[in-house]
Every structure is written in C-alpha cells, then in structure tokens.
Design a binder for this molecule. Structure first.
Ligand SMILES: NC(=O)C1=CN([C@@H]2O[C@H](COP(=O)(O)OP(=O)(O)OC[C@H]3O[C@@H](n4cnc5c(N)ncnc54)[C@H](O)[C@@H]3O)[C@@H](O)[C@H]2O)[C@@H](O)CC1
Ligand SMILES: [K+]
Length: 502
C-alpha cells in the first residue's frame, strides 16, 4: 500500500520536516534536485541542449539547483528564469545566488526564444499552483510547447496540473517523466494529470515517516507487491471454508452478466457460487458454468411478491456469505421488488451494481435499506443518475463525488472510471492505478462485482474487498492486454488471469 497526498498535505509534510524535525529546507531541496538531475543524465547526452524552465517558488528553486548540478557535470544547460526575483522564495534566491557563483547559464525567457531544446526540465509550478494560469505565464507555456522539446522531465508535478484533482489549470506541460518528491500527489494519479505526468518516479528525499503519519492521510493506492496481503488458502479446508457467493442477476435473454459475475467470484476463490435468476436462464447458465448452483424464480411471482417468492429469496440470502445484486437484472417491473427484498433480508455484504443501482436511482426510498456492508459500484452514468449531477461534473471531481455518496449512507462507493476511486466505509479513499482502456467493454463491470464478492467470501471486510477487487480487476486487464493487445479483450478473459496474479 502506498500513500498519496494532496498538495496541501505535501506542504504540511515539508513544513513539519523542516520545522519540527529540523532538516533544513535546502537539504531537502538538494536531494530533490539531485533526483531530477540524475534522471536527466539517464536520458540525455552532454551535447543535448537542456532548458530548465524555472518559476520563482520552491519548484523553480529545485529547477535552478538541478541546472547547477547538470552544469557542474558538464551538460549544456540553461536555466530560464521567467519570474522576477522580487517575489521569489528565499530558497529560490539562494539557489540563484549559488548558480551565479558556479557559472550556470542563467537566461531570461526572451534570451532563448526562438531556440531549440532537446530536454526540458519543467520547474515552473509545483504543488504551489493554486489558480488558473493566465497572461504572461500562459504565453510562456504556449511558447515552450511550440519549441517541442524531445524529452520533458517535470519537477514534482507537471506545471499547470492541480496537485489535488489532476485538472488542467488553463494550460499544462506534458512530461515524459515526472520526478516527484516524498509521496505521489493525487494530481498525477487522476486524469488528465495522469496522462500529462508520463512515468512517475517517487524520489525519497528524506521525509521521515512520522511527517506523513501524523496527518492520517486517507488516500492510498495498491501495487503488485500488495497482493501478498490477500488471504492464503489453508490446506485443511473444504468448499465451505471459502464462503458462498449469491449472484442475484440476469433476466430473460440476459444471462451473460450473471455468468461473468459468478465465474469471477469462483476464480477469485469463493468456495460456492449460486446464481439466483429467472427460470429462462437455467439451461444456458447450467451449461455455461456447471460449477455454479442455479436457483430460479418466475418473473410473475417476483412481480406479485408471492409468499413462495419471498421465502425462496430469504432462504438464498441466509445461505450466502456475500451477495452480488444487479448485473443484467433489466428494468422490468418486478426488479424493484427483487432489489427491495434482497436489501431488506440480507445481513451479509452486498455488492450493488448495474440495474440494481438503476433501481435505486428510480426508487431513492430504497436507500433506507443501506447499511454499512453495502458496496455500490457505479460507473459515471449510474452515478449521475444516483446523484442528479452531470457526468462532466462528476468526472472533474471523482473523489469528492464518491466520498460524499459513501459518507451520506455510511457505505463503500466504488466509482468506476479510467481511474477508479474507492470511497471506503472506513474513511480511507483508494485511487486505482491498474487497468487500461481496453477494459472499457461490456461485461467488465460484471466481472468486477464477482471479484469483489469473491474477496468478501474469502473473509475480507468491505473496504479491503473493494480496494483489492478493483486493483485485481485492473491488473487482470493489464495482463490480458499484454498478451493480446488492446482491442480484442473479452470480459471473461479477465477472469482467466486472476490465478496468475494471486
Ligand atoms: N523545502 C520545501 O518546502 C521543499 C519544496 N519542494 C518543492 O517546492 C514546491 C512547492 O513550492 P512552492 O510552495 O514555493 O510553490 P510553487 O513553486 O509550486 O509555486 C510558486 C508560486 O507560484 C504562485 N502561483 C500559483 N499559481 C499561479 C498561477 N496560476 N500563476 C502565477 N503564479 C502562481 C504561488 O503564489 C506559489 O507560491 C514543490 O512542488 C517542490 O517542487 C521540494 O524542493 C522539496 C522541499
Ligand atoms: K513542475
């Protein structure tokens, strides 16, 4: 698990380290600049023309220091000091003075433009960017973009990307590599910032762990080594040891969603999976997934809410360790009854998705059944219906939207987008870094519900099941993409990679 920070949190880490621990700001900066210079040396030649675009804050100061290091190593480097000294931070003024004493080429912007640049070090704005870039700074960034540097290294975060939201503050510079300090910022994990950041390298510049721990940061991501935290299968066990997943899914002519969800639950490790669906799906599901138990109902009895239907449903809910509710249920009249009965009668974790969420959106009174063991997994369109906000608005504030919805009901909310957010009921917020656009395909979400339910069945609590489930799902997608490229992935193939990750 890796913590992520907002710009504000990063500043607090800086301040605490400097003021309470006593590591001088310039010492941190020296290590930061060295990390940048080393990265540039890995990618550049001494004959390359290197420009360092420097603002007059501490991000610019990092840039001036990196320029000095490269200069002393014999690189052809120009530090472009585009902001006046008057409002410069004290570290900036110190770095400029050191640079003057060491003979670094210091240039004003107009001294070099038009010119050519092989490598650009972008140190105009870091986490201090707090408003739209306008006027002269905008012109500077536009001009730099026109110079088309062959390789760009961003210092801490690409200039123009907001460190909390990943949004472009008017204009931003795209980097091939971002060397960030201490902890990765939310802004390089979230689109469009993620795309602008290129490869993100986190440099350890000496912040002690307590500088972050005391903030109780709630943002985190998972990496491949974290898979070790998933429960192992004990040798002395039987199928009952691994939990039972009930998949309440599928409708007439819609059996695929139930199949994918059930298959994914099995592949993730559930001991038993039962599909509760309409009678019409019995044969096809029994043939497609003979490992699953199939129990069926008639749409008519569900619609009428007969005693037999209720009893049958209550029995299924009692049987289950975890429930998937919603994939492929459709929008027939009986679906509301079905969703209500499951929500009212289940005392185990429920992963609520797709038509289950659609039912909630059309019948908001059903949220009165929400308890802390509910995990909702909406995509942006579903979230828009649930909250009444526009998709475009949600997209710009994924974390806030997911967090607000989760907190409103005390549940876990997995908001699915290119970067999926898990607003966990334990107040942590998971930002997913696995997965790729090839997974934006029919059935992919059904697989995710099955994976999360499979993890719940293995005994993970809701927050961990949601975070690990999203990560595993994306990781499986990355592995399928590696094997067969990005166009031909089928949702069921995601389930075939789960074994190689775990
Ligand atoms: N000792 C420290 O504090 C360390 C700081 N570090 C660097 O310091 C950076 C943060 O430095 P600062 O807090 O000085 O801030 P920045 O250098 O990111 O920004 C400088 C100033 O630009 C101004 N500004 C913001 N948005 C603007 C806009 N749209 N148009 C024009 N001006 C704008 C703000 O007043 C801000 O203070 C980090 O990103 C990192 O690179 C690192 O050297 C690590 C150590
Ligand atoms: K920068």
């Amino acid at each position: 698990m890796r913590y992520l920070v907002t710009g504000g949190q990063m500043k607090q880490v800086d301040r605490y380290t400097i003021e309470n621990i006593g590591i001088p700001s310039l010492v941190l900066m020296e290590r930061a600049a060295l990390a940048v210079a080393e990265e540039v040396m890995k990618h550049g030649q001494k004959t390359d023309r290197i420009w360092v675009l420097c603002g007059n804050g501490n991000n610019g100061a990092d840039g001036v220091a990196a320029a000095r290091m490269l200069h002393l190593k014999g690189y052809k480097v120009f530090a472009l000091l585009v902001a006046g000294k008057e409002k410069g931070s004290s570290e900036y003024l110190t770095q400029v003075s050191i640079a003057e004493h060491t003979g670094v080429n210091l240039a004003g912007f107009s001294d070099l433009i038009p010119g050519t640049c092989d490598i650009l070090i972008d140190a105009l704005f870091g986490v201090g960017l707090d408003r739209e870039i306008l006027g002269r700074y905008r012109e500077i960034l536009e001009t730099i973009r026109r110079c088309q540097p062959k390789f760009t290294v961003a210092v801490d975060i690409p200039s123009g990307i907001h460190s909390d939201s990943g949004q472009i503050m008017g204009i931003a510079l795209k980097a091939d590599i971002t060397v960030t300090f201490g902890y990765e910022k939310l802004g390089t994990m979230l689109y469009p910032g993620k795309e602008y950041s290129g490869k993100v390298l986190v440099a350890d510049i000496g912040f002690p762990g307590e500088s972050l721990e005391r903030l109780k940061t709630e943002y985190f991501t998972l990496d491949p080594e974290d898979v070790k935290q998933l429960p192992k299968r004990p040798a002395y066990s039987n199928k009952g040891s691994f939990g039972k997943v009930l998949v309440v899914a599928g409708s007439k002519n819609m059996s695929g969603a139930a199949y994918l969800s059930a298959l994914a639950a099995y592949r993730t490790g559930a001991g038993l999976v039962k599909i509760f669906t309409v009678e019409e799906n019995r044969t096809i599901l029994q043939t497609g997934l003979p490992e699953a138990i199939i129990t069926t109902y008639e749409a008519g009895e569900a619609e009428a809410g007969t005693e037999r239907f209720k009893e049958l449903l209550v029995k299924q809910c009692e049987w289950a360790t975890a429930i998937v509710l919603g994939p492929g249920l459709g929008q027939e009249g009986y679906v509301r009854n079905l969703v209500e009965e499951v929500l009212a009668n289940a005392y185990v974790p429920i992963v609520l998705d797709a038509d289950g969420l659609g039912t909630i959106a059309s019948n908001p009174e059903l949220t009165s059944y929400f308890t802390e063991n509910i995990i909702v997994t909406p995509h942006l369109g579903e979230m828009a219906r649930l909250t009444g906000s526009a998709v475009e608005t949600i997209q710009k504030q994924l974390i806030t939207t997911a967090r607000e919805y989760a907190d409103r009901f005390g549940i876990t909310c997995v908001l699915k987008d290119a970067v999926t957010i898990g607003a966990l009921k334990d107040q942590r917020t998971y930002i997913n870094g696995s997965g790729n656009s090839a997974m934006a395909k029919a059935g992919s979400g059904d697989v995710l519900t099955g994976i999360i339910a499979g993890l719940l069945a293995l005994g993970l609590e809701e927050s961990d099941a949601a975070a690990f489930g999203v990560w595993l799902h994306g990781r499986a997608g990355d592995m399928v993409k590696e094997k067969q490229g990005e166009h031909s992935i089928l949702a069921r193939e995601l389930t075939e990679e789960i074994h190689s990750i775990r």
